[in-house]
Design a protein around this ligand. Structure first.
Ligand code: NDP
Length: 327
């Protein structure tokens, strides 16, 4: 067994071309750690924020926050995993784009039989995000209406299916008519092409002027203000990403003018910081997948060495569903 693993590392921030494949030496896992031999890694938009410097990190640093594989060794104090277990995770610190790694065990979950490694690698970060958006951020009940931007993306297609499985009306947005069709096929009740239509006006039409209960907005700069216009009085704006750039400072007075709106800016990693909560969220997600309520679509696969191309494709809005790096 080799104790070196090819790992994607960046030494300065910038475009996809800065990503390098290096051999990293693996040690033995320390207290609370495991060594995992990975079968596939998930690509997430957050990886591009870290690479570009939008989310600053100490450099050089490895990249990637989601993968699946087989546990090779466990350190002292790890009792939920053992060597030979299949496992998957969304976890900090970044370093998931690698053949193998030593990492903290708390956020690594046993992967149930019946869920393959590619699916495990694609679903953890995006699926746990959908879990907290629908179950932990604000009360959302059957019959409520949610506006969800970028509904044909990785998080988006999981959200469409999740909403359908819980009787929630999801109005999606997406950047092409084909992407809108994909969101509709996966459970969105309506989908608006926000490159050709004024989405706020259309949402008002679709809701007979009432507005939606909740907006889930990961597009950020380009959609934030329009999203506020889609909410009913006392509605909740969940701003959880910046695919088009960070949201500029918000004038709180606007929230009063538009009807006592609420705004939150959550991250997955706050929600899964506690081991037991993380494992319980994963159980809910695994159930959704095992029962077929949620299908994890992997529409793009790139070998690890083509990671730069994978980033270019994601940032160019050319992907749908999930993207994985194969090993
Ligand atoms: P996606 O597969 O959804 O890709 C991002 C999508 O955003 C694109 O496909 C595109 O869809 C849309 N988009 C809109 N404007 C732009 C733009 N200017 N440049 C690029 N893309 C744009 O990515 P993920 O599923 O990995 O993540 C979705 C979002 O959720 C990201 O913003 C991510 O940061 C966020 N996120 C936040 C988490 C949190 O806890 N806070 C956790 C996980 C994800 P279209 O062409 O249809 O517009």
């Amino acid at each position: 067994m080799t104790d070196k693993a090819r790992t994607v590392v960046f030494h300065e921030t910038g475009g996809p071309e800065i990503l390098r494949l290096e051999d990293r030496t693996l040690g033995e896992p320390g207290a609370g750690e495991i060594r995992i031999r990975q079968k596939a890694c998930g690509l997430n938009f957050i990886d591009t924020y870290q690479r570009s410097g939008l989310y600053p990190m100490d450099l050089p640093h490895a990249l990637g926050m989601e993968a699946a594989g087989v546990v090779e060794a466990v350190g002292p104090g790890v009792d939920h995993l053992k060597p030979g277990d299949r496992a998957a995770y969304a976890a900090t610190p970044p370093g998931a784009y690698a053949e193998a790694r030593v990492m903290p065990a708390a956020q690594v979950c046993p992967l149930p039989e019946g869920i393959g490694f590619d699916t495990g690698a694609a679903m953890m970060l995006k699926g746990l995000t959908v879990e907290y958006l629908f179950h932990r951020t604000t009360p959302i009940s059957k019959g409520d209406t949610v506006l969800f931007h970028a509904a044909a993306g990785g998080v988006g297609l999981i959200a469409c299916q999740w909403a359908r499985s819980e009787g929630i009306t999801l109005i999606g947005t997406a950047g092409t008519d084909e992407k809108c069709q994909l969101a509709l096929d996966h459970g969105a009740t309506h989908c608006i092409n926000y490159r050709t239509e004024d989405f706020a006006a259309r949402v008002r039409e679709l809701t007979d002027g009432r507005g939606v209960d909740v907006v889930m907005d990961s597009v950020g700069k380009d959609t934030f203000e329009g999203s506020l216009d889609c909410l009913k009085p006392l509605g909740m704006m969940i701003s959880f990403g910046n695919a088009s750039g960070p949201v500029p400072p918000v004038n709180l007075g606007l929230l009063a003018q538009k009807g006592s709106l609420k705004v939150t800016r959550p991250t997955l990693f706050t929600h899964i910081a506690d081991h037991d909560t993380c494992q319980s969220m994963a159980m809910t997600l695994f159930d959704k997948v095992k029962t077929g309520a949620v299908e994890i679509r992997i529409d793009q696969r790139f070998p690890l060495e083509q990671v730069a191309e994978a980033h270019r494709t994601l940032e160019a809005r050319k992907t749908t569903g999930c993207t994985i790096l194969t090993l």
